[in-house]
Design a protein around this ligand. Structure first.
Ligand SMILES: C[S@@+](CC[C@H](N)C(=O)[O-])C[C@H]1O[C@@H](n2cnc3c(N)ncnc32)[C@H](O)[C@@H]1O
Length: 196
């Protein structure tokens, strides 16, 4: 079964009982940093994070492969008059996205892992812009039953990948087997050489 069919059928089932999707808890806790601008929610699913960000005055582009998820989010954003532009797009074909370099204030990725997105994130995030990512990792305790290792980060991986930015929050929760980073595109200043 391809990814689109798999996620469409999950979302059709979930929408029968769903009230409104909630944002990621760690992202919600970081709201003091989230003061509006342009946001990109990659692999947004039903859009819990996008809805949350739009209410914090972000103009959100929400991208997903599932037309069921994208249609749902389009409908709810229109009904509530929220600045969300849900777009159907396969993130493995990045050329379709057509985004300018250094144009986005905040990028969010939750529970979607494609490492080829990392250079893309680094190129389109504005200087001083924020990046939030959370997904499973190969925790020594949790086995994250049902999640293939293919979709898991290595321990410390996000810190190694984005550690040259200003890291404002980092957590590995062994029990839940999740890794979370929130960082700002602000290079650490080089150590000042002492005068000889
Ligand atoms: C586990 S869900 C996460 C959804 C949301 N970010 C969240 O945390 O609730 C993974 C999402 O990735 C999307 N997805 C899978 N492959 C994709 C691809 N190649 N391009 C864009 N989205 C994709 C699926 O449709 C699904 O909505």
């Amino acid at each position: 079964m391809d990814q689109r069919t798999k996620w469409n059928s999950k979302y059709k089932e979930r929408l029968i009982q769903l009230e409104e999707p909630l944002p990621n808890v760690r992202l919600a806790n970081l709201s003091p940093y989230l003061n509006g601008g342009s946001a990109l929610d990659l692999a947004c699913g039903l859009g819990g994070n996008s809805l949350f960000l739009a209410r914090l005055n972000f103009q959100v582009q929400a991208i997903d492969l599932s037309d069921v998820a994208v249609s749902y989010l389009q409908e709810i954003a229109a009904k509530q008059n929220l600045a969300i532009n849900p777009r159907l797009c396969d993130l493995t074909k990045l050329t379709n996205l057509n985004l300018n370099k250094s144009s986005i204030s905040l990028i969010v990725i939750t529970y979607y892992l494609d490492r080829t997105l990392f250079p893309f994130v680094k190129s389109i995030l504005k200087e001083n812009g924020y990046f939030f990512m959370e997904t499973f990792y190969t925790s020594p305790i949790s086995e994250n039953q049902g999640v293939s290792n293919h979709y898991k980060l290595q321990p410390g991986e996000l810190l190694a990948e984005f550690g040259d930015w200003k890291v404002l929050f980092y957590e590995e929760n062994e029990q839940e087997g999740r890794q979370t980073i929130f960082c700002q595109n602000q290079r650490k200043s080089a150590p000042i050489e002492s005068e000889k």
